[in-house]
Design a binder for this molecule. Structure first.
Ligand code: HEC
Length: 104
């Protein structure tokens, strides 16, 4: 039994950090968003500045709550000049991106 469990435990240890969200990797993903969004100033480019996004109560429309779900939806579906990233980014890239956005 011991012999059987050890490799499984080893695998779990290996897999966990790999699955965790990684803000540093998210920052790399964000490079393609930076053309239209400022991450470190309030300057509006093509799209609204994302500095302090998760510290805000509402999105730029003034009525949608800022939550992981609503931000993710905007990234997936786009609209009003924002490209839809549902097919363009892998879910892991999006998870990393969300981790990064939360640091802004
Ligand atoms: C071609 C320019 C462009 C690119 C590239 C772009 N966006 Fe946007 N984005 C916009 C525009 C324009 C809006 C405003 C849309 C609206 O008002 O509905 C927006 C809105 C948003 C919002 C909602 C902000 C708010 O306060 O309402 C988020 C979050 C966002 N974008 C994230 C991203 C992320 C993450 C990426 C990269 C994966 C990205 N965008 C790439 C143009 C862009």
């Amino acid at each position: 039994m011991k012999k059987f469990l050890a490799p499984i435990f080893g695998l779990a240890l290996f897999a966990f950090p790999a699955a965790a969200q990684d803000a540093a990797k998210g920052k790399e993903v964000f490079e393609q968003c930076g053309v239209c969004h400022s991450a470190d100033t309030d300057e509006k480019k093509m799209g609204p500045a994302l500095k302090g996004l998760f510290q805000r109560k509402k999105l730029a429309d003034g009525k949608t709550d800022v939550t992981e779900t609503t931000v993710r939806k905007k990234i997936d579906e786009g609209g009003n000049g924002m490209p839809a990233y549902a097919e363009m980014l892998e879910s892991k890239e999006k998870a990393n991106l969300m981790a990064y956005l939360k640091t802004l």
